[in-house]
Design a binder for this molecule. Sequence first.
Ligand code: ADP
Ligand code: MG
Length: 472
Amino acid sequence: MTRHTESRSSRARSARPRLSHLSVSLVLAIVFLSTGFILWNTYTSTADEAQRVRADAEQLVDTLASSLEVPLWDLDRRNMYTICSHYLQNELVARIELKGITGEMYFGLSRGAASSEGKTLALTREISSHGELVGFLAVDCLVGREGDLFRRLAQPLTITVMIFVLTVVVLLLMRGRARIAHELAELNQQLEHKVELRTRELERSKDALEQANVSLLEMDKRKSTFLSSVAHELRTPMTSIYGFAKLITNDLDELLPFLEISDPKLKRKQDRLQVNLATIVGEGERLTRLINEVLDITKIESDDMQWNDQPTDMRDLLEHCVDVISGVFMTKDGVSLRSDLAPDLPVLTLDPDRLTQVFLNLLHNAAKFTDQGEVVLAARALDSGGLRASVADTGQGIPLQHLDKVFDRFHRTGPGDIMDEHFKGAGLGLAICRQIVGHYQGAVWAEPNPGGGAKLVVELPGDAERGIGSGA
Ligand SMILES: Nc1ncnc2c1ncn2[C@@H]1O[C@H](COP(=O)(O)OP(=O)(O)O)[C@@H](O)[C@H]1O
Ligand SMILES: [Mg+2]
C-alpha cells in the first residue's frame, strides 16, 4: 500500500518536469514562428513598396519628360524653372538635369541634400520636339525607402526580442515557482512520512510503557503482599520477644533490690544485663512500630482497614495526643511542647484511634527532627464545620523540593539508613497519615514554618460537608 503510494508519487514527480519542458518548448516554438511570420511579412511588404516607389519614379519622370516635349529652347528659362521646381517638390525627385544632344548641360536643379537621403535612381529620358531628338532629361529619384528594410525590420524585431525576453523571464519565474512548489510538496511528503514513522514509534513505546506499567503495578502489588506477609510472620515472634524482654526487665527491677551483690565482677555483669535488656526492649519497640506501620499501610491500600467511626470531640483527641507524647518531650532537653487549641473545636465522626495515630505521628516527627526550640500543636474550627490543626516546630525543616515527596512511602530527606540512631524510622508515617486523612476527604501537607523548621497541616471537613447528618 505504502510502496504503491510512493511509486505513484515518484511518477508524478518525474511527470512534472516533463510537463514544464513541454510547455517551455511549445511557448518558444510559438514565439519563433510568430517572429518569423512578422519578419517575413515585413520583408515582403517592404519589397513591394520598393517596387511601387520605383514605378512611381518612372511614371513621374515620364510625365516630366512629356511635359517638356515642347521645343525647350522656345520656353524661357523662367518657365522651365517653374515646371522643374514644381516636380522637384515631389518627395521622390532629388535632381533634374537637361542636357543637349551633345551632352552639354542646359539646365540643372537639385534639392541639395539628395545625397544624404539614401539610395537614388538615375532615370534618363529623351526629349523630342516635333519628332526630333532635342536633348536628354536626367532625373535622380529618391528610392531610398528601398534601403529602409532594416529600419522597418528594427521595430518588429525589437518588439519580438522584447516579447522573447519577457517570455523567457516569465517562463523562468514560472519554472522557479514550479520548482519551489515541487520542492515544498516533496518536503511536505517527507515530513508526513516522518510524522507517520514517529507516530508509529510513539504508539509502540506507548504500548511498551503501558505493558511496563501493568507489570510494575503487578510487581508493586506482589511486593505489598510480600511485605504484609513478612510483617505478619514477624509480628507474633516480635511480640513475644518484646513482651518477654519487658517482663524480664520488670522482674529484674523487682528482684535486684533484694539481691546484695558485692562482688564487683558480678555487679558489672548485672549492669551489662540491664543495659542489654534495655536495648532489646528499645529495639523491640521500634521493630514492633515498623511492623505495625507496614501492616497499616498495606491494610489501608488494600481496603482491609477497619474504620470504627464514631462522633469524636477533636479537642479531647488532641489533648490526649499531647498527654501521650509529653513523655517523649521530657527526655528532650531544650525542646518544649506547647498546645494552642481553640475552645470550640468540632466533634467529627471518624475513627479516633486512626486520627490519634495521625497526630502522634506528626508530633513524633517534630520531636525527632527538632533539637532546640519548641513544638506547637495548634487547632481551630473552620467556618465549614471542619477542623484545621497544625504541628509546627523549630527543627531542621523540610527542603522545599521534598515538601510533597515526604508523603511518599519510604521517602526520607535525611540519611537513608532506617536504623540511624538519630532519625529512626522507615519513611512510612506520613504516607499513613495521608491515607487516613484522605479517607475522611481531608488534606495534609507540609510547609516551611515561618519561624524556621517545618509545619505539618491537617484539614478535615465537617460532618455536614461529608454528608453525615448527625454531626456535632
Ligand atoms: N517535622 C519534620 N521536620 C523535618 N523533617 C521531617 C519532619 N517530619 C517529617 N520529616 C521528613 O519526612 C520524612 C518522612 O517522615 P515519615 O513518613 O514520618 O517517616 P520517618 O519518620 O519514619 O522517617 C522523614 O524521614 C523526614 O525526612
Ligand atoms: Mg515518622
